[in-house]
Ligand binder design. Structure first.
Ligand SMILES: Nc1ncnc2c1ncn2[C@@H]1O[C@H](COP(=O)(O)OP(=O)(O)O)[C@@H](O)[C@H]1O
Ligand SMILES: [Mg+2]
Length: 232
């Protein structure tokens, strides 16, 4: 049987100490298949970003396992987890995390440079992906010269440029207008279906609901499934 893309089991994560201690994830289990687009919705503070970070190899859970394509992620050595983040995951951060001192094209090229692709080739690919998100004319500008929606598109281009097979997007269309958000999600969905990748998206954006295979609802650190019909 084929591996699940993501198989998180009974994941718990606490933050803080003493009175300030908060439980961000309470015994959360979630599965996602290759070829699937999974959406997670829920109020602010419910644990969505924490969950994405735990399944992407960014944040270590206090307990529980995250098995990604058959590999028990948090049981791997440090270097293997770093390699996993670079080679398997395309992450879009809620607040973009672009490098201010680099141009837009250089920001997009970073994953390829880290994978030791020659500079010219990496920049060439970065330009192709900037074109896909409609920003080829912004390639030489620093992020500070771009609008929030444009920065969001740069972050999306950077997440997909190295064609990782697991995409994890944290509110990726919040700053995008209707047509742009829809066309980017259509492109990503197409890739997911044709190339057997998996995408997990946290979103409040009801425009994306139509593209989802499944929608889960997060509340107070817990996940439950939502009937797709009633969510639309
Ligand atoms: N680094 C952190 N330190 C302390 N508390 C945190 C940290 N990150 C998240 N939290 C807390 O964990 C809970 C879940 O946060 P988060 O995963 O960011 O929620 P969401 O993405 O759904 O808005 C919130 O109560 C938040 O305050
Ligand atoms: Mg969040």
């Amino acid at each position: 049987m084929a591996n699940l893309a993501i198989d998180a089991r009974a994941v718990t994560k606490w933050f803080g100490e003493g009175d300030a201690r908060t439980c961000a994830l309470r015994d959360v289990s979630v599965e996602a298949k290759f070829g699937e687009m999974l959406l997670i919705v829920g109020p602010s503070g419910s644990g969505k970003t924490t969950l994405l970070s735990v399944i992407s190899g960014i944040l270590r859970p206090d307990s529980g396992d995250v098995v990604v394509d058959g590999i028990d992620l948090w049981k791997q050595p440090h270097d293997a987890i770093a390699d996993f983040r670079l080679n398997r995951i395309g992450f879009v951060f809620q607040d973009y995390h672009l490098f201010a001192r680099l141009t837009t094209a250089e920001n997009v090229a970073i994953p390829l440079i880290l994978k030791r692709r020659p500079w010219d080739e990496a920049l060439g690919d970065a330009l192709r992906y900037l074109k896909i998100v409609g920003l080829e004319n912004r390639a030489q500008l620093p992020p500070v010269k771009l609008s929030g929606g444009e920065q969001q598109r740069v972050a999306i281009a950077r997440a997909i440029v190295s064609q990782p097979d697991i995409l994890v997007f944290d509110e990726p269309t919040a700053s995008l207008d209707g047509d742009t958000g829809r066309s980017i999600i259509e492109f990503v969905k197409h890739q997911v279906l044709n190339e057997h990748r998996c995408i997990v998206i946290v979103t409040h954006d009801s425009r994306i609901f139509d593209y989802a295979d499944r929608i889960l609802h997060m509340e107070d650190g817990r996940l439950k499934s939502v009937d797709l019909g009633s969510a639309k």
